[in-house]
Design a protein around this ligand. Structure first.
Ligand code: NI
Length: 250
C-alpha cells in the first residue's frame, strides 16, 4: 500500500524514521509520499526521499506559513523541484480555520505555487479547511491543466463531486472516515468514483480509530483502508495504489 500523505519530515516521526518505516512495511505499507509545509520541512522531505527507496517528496509552503513566502523561498523551492524524487508541490491551499497567515497572503501564495506547479509540470496537493469555495475557484481560475488531490477531504459529497467533475482532481481520505461521529467523510467514501480516490494517514496527525489519542503513523493506514472497504463493499487497495502512482508518476 502507499501512504499518499504522511509527514515523515515532522520531528515526531523523523526522530524514529527507521522504526516508523519498519512498522509500516510489516503491515504492507511500503511506499510513502511526504509533503512539505514550510521551507525546512520541504528540504527535509527531499533528504528523506533521497536516502530511502520508495519515499517520494513534495515541496511547498502551507497556508499557515504563507507569511514566510518570499522570492528567495520560491527560488529554493524551484531548485528542490529539480530533484527526481520530488513528485509534486504541496501541501498548499487555504486554511480559514486557524488563520495563521492573513487570508489575502494565503491566496497570493497559493496562486504563486499553482503557477510554479504549472511551470514545473508537477501535480499539487491541496490543503483546504473552511475555505472550500475559494480554494475551488482559485484552482479553477489559476490551475488550468494541473493535476492534483484534495488531501484529507473534509467537505460534503457534493463538494467532492465538484472537485472530481470540474477540476479533475483526486480526493484523498484519511483517519476521519474511521471516527465514530464521522458523517461527511463516510458519504464521500461511499459516493466518489474509485478511480479518483487516494488514501493517506496525514501522520502524525488525525490518528484513526481505535488509536485516537496516540500519535499517528503510516502503519495505521490499513485501518483507514478497511473502513472504506467496509463502506463501499469492494476492494480499494489495488486501485488506490494505481491512482497514487498515476498522479505522482511514480
Ligand atoms: Ni498534511
Amino acid at each position: 500500500m502507499i501512504d499518499s500523505h504522511c509527514h515523515l519530515n515532522d520531528d515526531k516521526l523523523f526522530f524514529d524514521l527507521d522504526g516508523i518505516i519498519a512498522r509500516a512495511k510489516a503491515v504492507g505499507v511500503d511506499t510513502f509520499t511526504v509533503p512539505g509545509y514550510d521551507l525546512a520541512s520541504s528540504i527535509r522531505a527531499v533528504e528523506i526521499a533521497k536516502a530511502n527507496d520508495n519515499v517520494y517528496a513534495l515541496v511547498g509552503i502551507h497556508p499557515h506559513d504563507a507569511i514566510t513566502y518570499s522570492a528567495e523561498v520560491e527560488d529554493i523551492l524551484k531548485n528542490l523541484l529539480n530533484n527526481e524524487k520530488v513528485v509534486g508541490i504541496g501541501e498548499i491551499g487555504l486554511d480559514y480555520h486557524y488563520d495563521n497567515s492573513p487570508r489575502e497572503k494565503q491566496r497570493e501564495v497559493f496562486i504563486k505555487q499553482l503557477e510554479l506547479a504549472k511551470k514545473a509540470n508537477k501535480p499539487v496537493v491541496i490543503h483546504s479547511r473552511e475555505a472550500f469555495l475559494e480554494t475551488f475557484e482559485i484552482i479553477r481560475d489559476y490551475g488550468k491543466g494541473l493535476k492534483g488531490v484534495f488531501h484529507c477531504f473534509s467537505g460534503s459529497a457534493d463538494s467532492a463531486m465538484r472537485v472530481i467533475k470540474e477540476l479533475g482532481f483526486y480526493i484523498s481520505l484519511g483517519g476521519p472516515v474511521t471516527f465514530k461521529n464521522a458523517k461527511q467523510p463516510l458519504e464521500v467514501a461511499e459516493t466518489i468514483p474509485l478511480e479518483l480516490l487516494l488514501i493517506e494517514t496525514d501522520s502524525p496527525y488525525l490518528t484513526p480509530h481505535p488509536f485516537r489519542g496516540k500519535q499517528n503513523e503510516p502503519a495505521y493506514l490499513p485501518y483507514i483502508a478497511d473502513r472504506i472497504v467496509g463502506i463501499r463493499g469492494e476492494s480499494i487497495i489495488e486501485m488506490t495504489i494505481a491512482n497514487t502512482k498515476k498522479l505522482f508518476e511514480i
